[in-house]
Design a binder for this molecule. Structure first.
Ligand SMILES: Nc1ncnc2c1ncn2[C@@H]1O[C@H](COP(=O)(O)OP(=O)(O)OP(=O)(O)O)[C@@H](O)[C@H]1O
Ligand SMILES: [Mg+2]
Length: 327
């Protein structure tokens, strides 16, 4: 069994102690939480433990644990318990995920193939479908809050973590009573910038940002500081820089552009609707070499030439992605 540590020399941090768990090593540090690999002393099994870096955030750990309780999707991290250290501060106990965060993965690879992006999006939709069905909005979808299993080619491997910004909504109205963080600026929807209410369509927006990032390696809205980023999110069309190569790539970016519509009613209203469009891409990709696809009515672009870097943008009047040089 691992040696109990009460001081983390790697971070210089004094650690809280528990009668039931031994903290082993630091896995990650977020804006408000610390996550450690730990050992359940009685079961002699490995778990992950999250606690707040400052006691003022302790209520958020409790709220996070309660939001995670009962989630069954294999694409949401599983919680085991909410417990208290000997100093009475709360911590949540969850499954220890092998692998690495999507953020680290993207830092290494830059972009992923449309097939992979599609698979991950479908998996995330299944996780979010359950979360939304239970009246919550995740509110913080971004690469560092997504975890990848080691063998990324084997499928069934992305998990949504970090429910620290989760908001409860009720009949379309935000029913949260506690103060939560806003989420990560680059992934915020326009209405989350302007109002405190959380809606399902906020998560759909963030999925659109993520999809653009997965396929192009760039964020669709950027700014040199937070206020210019916010003004870009509020005013500018999403900027999508990519190599236009194949039908699925283009079709996925068109779906991302719909997630990123400024008017909420122009977005997908729920992840089910988004899933329907994603399933069309899936069918389209399997028949990529056919000249046209009967269900989508789109023409496949043969992927036989060297990719050309072009700047494309979603044209709201035409309802499609356009090469900026087309005017
Ligand atoms: N169950 C887990 N198993 C393994 N690693 C994990 C687990 N949960 C979290 N991590 C790692 O710890 C990091 C921080 O966790 P988390 O995102 O929950 O903290 P946070 O403080 O809420 O972050 P944020 O900055 O997004 O608010 C993650 O990016 C991930 O790398
Ligand atoms: Mg996080």
């Amino acid at each position: 069994m691992s040696q109990r540590i009460e001081f983390d020399f790697s971070t210089g941090r004094e650690l809280p102690t528990s009668e039931r768990y031994v903290l082993v090593n630091c896995l990650g540090e977020g804006g408000f939480g610390l996550v450690y690999a730990a050992e359940n002393i009685r079961l002699q099994s490995s778990v992950a433990i999250k606690f707040a870096r400052d006691p003022i955030y302790d209520t958020r750990i409790v709220a996070e644990a309660r939001a995670m309780a009962g989630l069954r999707s294999t694409h949401s991290v599983r919680i085991f318990d909410l417990d208290f250290f000997q100093n009475s501060r709360p911590f949540l106990v969850m499954e220890l995920l092998e692998g690495r965060s999507l953020e680290k993965y993207l830092n290494d690879v830059g972009t992923v193939a449309p097939r992979v992006a599609l698979e991950w999006l479908v998996q995330l939709c299944s996780s979010l479908n359950e979360i939304h069905g239970r009246g919550f909005v995740h509110c913080d979808i971004k690469p560092s809050n997504l975890h990848l299993a080691d063998q990324v080619h084997r499928g069934d491997h992305i998990k949504l973590i970090d429910f620290g910004a989760v908001r409860k909504f009720c009949g379309g109205k935000d029913a949260s009573t506690s103060i939560h963080n806003l989420g990560s600026p680059a992934y915020l929807s326009p209405e989350r910038i302007l109002t405190s209410n959380a809606q399902i369509t906020d998560d759909i927006w963030s999925l659109g940002v993520l999809l653009v990032q997965l396929l192009t390696g760039d964020l669709p809205f950027q700014g040199k500081d937070r206020s210019s980023l916010y003004s870009s999110i509020l005013r500018d069309p999403p900027r999508i820089q990519c190599a236009l190569r194949s039908g699925p790539h283009r079709q996925l970016l068109t779906i991302a552009a719909r997630c990123l519509q400024k008017r909420v009613e122009d977005r997908f209203s729920c992840v089910d609707d988004l899933g329907v469009e994603l399933s069309k891409v899936s069918q389209f990709e399997t028949s990529e070499n056919e000249e046209s696809h009967p269900q989508s009515g789109m023409r496949a672009v043969a992927d036989c030439s060297a990719p050309i870097r072009r700047v494309v943008e979603f044209n709201f009047t035409r309802g499609c992605l356009c090469d900026l040089r087309e005017g």
